[in-house]
Design a protein around this ligand. Sequence first.
Ligand SMILES: Cc1cc2nc3c(=O)[nH]c(=O)nc-3n(C[C@H](O)[C@H](O)[C@H](O)COP(=O)(O)OP(=O)(O)OC[C@H]3O[C@@H](n4cnc5c(N)ncnc54)[C@H](O)[C@@H]3O)c2cc1C
Length: 202
Amino acid sequence: MGAEVGRFVQSIHESHGVTFHLGETVTSIAGRTVTLSGGGTVDADFVVIGVGVRPATAIAERSGLAVDRGITVNEFLETSTPGIFAAGDVARWPDPHTGERIRVEHWVVAERQGQVAARNMLGRRERFDAVPFFWSQHYDVTIRYVGHAERWEAVTVSGSLDAHDAAVRFMRGGKTLAVATVSRDRENLQAELELEQATASQ
Ligand SMILES: Cc1cc2nc3c(=O)[nH]c(=O)nc-3n(C[C@H](O)[C@H](O)[C@H](O)COP(=O)(O)OP(=O)(O)OC[C@H]3O[C@@H](n4cnc5c(N)ncnc54)[C@H](O)[C@@H]3O)c2cc1C
């Protein structure tokens, strides 16, 4: 979510006593001692490892479907083989806002894509253009994010993140691709509506 929101999230956690070891990785865990790549050690009684996930595309590759860090689908969620559809975490579909294919790991996207893919299997030819969203809770602060911006040219912050009252817009090519808000739920819903309308007018 960029440097501004990143620093904000870091500061929330630091204000609750969390220490960040940025730029370091864990080289070993022995008993209660975690050794960092910088040579330091951390005493730990509980370790959470965030390693990410990868889409399981082997079966699609073996079947000859186009695969690019996920199963490539068109706006109807149809794969490179007509009549075969993909939906959910595994599908990389064309984002109507940028024209670039994106893959989103979120259960609401998976659910909505499943519904659209099912209708398209029945011949509806319905475009998948739902606007992705998520929220992320940090102590008493909730960040609500709507849209999808992997790259942007400009970030504008209205209000103040430090005051827990802000809207952060991620812009590219003069368009808003995504908006993150703190304590501005109404503005977030308006941003979602604007993104939906921008898709509908294309
Ligand atoms: C730790 C974690 C936390 C998450 N937290 C959130 C959250 O808070 N909010 C949120 O919105 N989303 C969250 N997600 C993401 C959410 O779980 C996924 O977006 C959602 O489950 C995607 O649904 P799906 O049906 O596309 O894929 P999946 O739920 O992954 O289902 C795919 C299924 O296909 C099966 N499969 C794979 N290959 C084959 C094969 N060759 N043959 C047969 N079966 C096969 C798999 O075993 C699996 O059961 C989280 C995910 C993880 C891992």
